[in-house]
Design a protein around this ligand. Sequence first.
Ligand code: NAD
Length: 381
Amino acid sequence: MKIGTPKEVMEGEARVAMTPDSAKMLQKLGYDCAIETGAGDKAGFPDAAYEEAGVEIIKTAAALYKEADVIAKVQPPTDTEVKRLSEKKLLISFFWPGQNEDLMKAAADKGASVIAMDMVPRISRAQKMDALSSMANIAGYRAVIEAGNNFGRFFTGQVTAAGKVPPAKVLIVGAGVAGLAAIGTSTSLGAITLAFDVRPEVAEQVESMGAEFVYLDFEEDQEDGSESGGYAKPSSPEFREAQLAKFRELAPDVDIVITTALIPNREAPELWTEDMVKAMKPGSVIVDLAAEKGGNCKLTQKDKKIVTDNGVTIIGYTDFPSRMAKQSSLLYATNIRHLMTDLTPEKDGQVNHNMEDDVIRGATVAHEKEVTFPPPPPKTK
Ligand code: NAD
């Protein structure tokens, strides 16, 4: 069978789903590999690098879709791309099935199978295929770099002949995958780093990374914001008030705020209010990684950078992984390669779409002319 990767068509998307290295591994599984010419250019992988890795270069997307049995890409398919699918073809990409029901139905009607990378169950066995985590890790790192780029001072404190420089103070709200990556980056740059999450079990992780966990002045401090699967649940009004009171206290003191707080299947909780922005010092920076879901900061504008009247920069970009396209492509292509390994138990270049396998079943949203989303809960951990 042949695995093909087309050029991404979404404007601004610089990632690519197959790299020369991943192609070599896919060939070891028995597959032929192909890319559309120029597919890796924006991520720093020219056609020549693919050719050297034994990848066929195909001139047009139409020809690639025709020739490949498995199409691996990053963004969900467009209508045109779905029309190019046909019976027995397998599409692997981010898909966001809850938001793309028509697309999913159209792919199922075509008889194609679809594996949504965003639906890979977050169980231990599937970590190597967990593209949500690999991309969140990059977003957390890049959020700190972006903040630093817009902040006029050092992160680390210094004593120089020209004067003493205090360290920057960074607050990370939400210590999931992106938040922990941001904490690691911020502490390694030397900033005083504070972090908060509604899930108390992350306090230890935060502290082990050299950051300070922010505890609330909350009588029933025992409120546990954890839901099943390691995700958060909405807070009680009292807990939320205590959280906002603590943030109000911190706002004049912190230089950089990175917000990453999300609750599955909901709009992002609003945690950094207008008065907190107003209380911040001029030159401070907020990076809102929840911008896609409405933002944790009241003033965030999706995909924009704004500067408020009191001189606070608020960044609401939603394409952080694409801004580090080489790194993201390397990790995403590796996630796909691991998925293909599980789909190819015989290493014979033939897909065995085993719907009894929890991970494959969980991520499959269309198969044998049926929409297979939502999946049943996984049986294993
Ligand atoms: P996420 O993107 O859904 O949320 C980000 C963080 O925001 C979470 O830590 C959440 O607790 C926090 N949050 C929600 N509301 C908040 C509020 N009001 N104030 C402050 N913080 C708030 O989460 P994620 O990063 O995708 O991961 C969440 C969990 O899943 C983590 O425990 C992670 O370790 C776990 N996980 C497990 C696996 C695996 O086992 N394979 C893979 C990935 C993630």
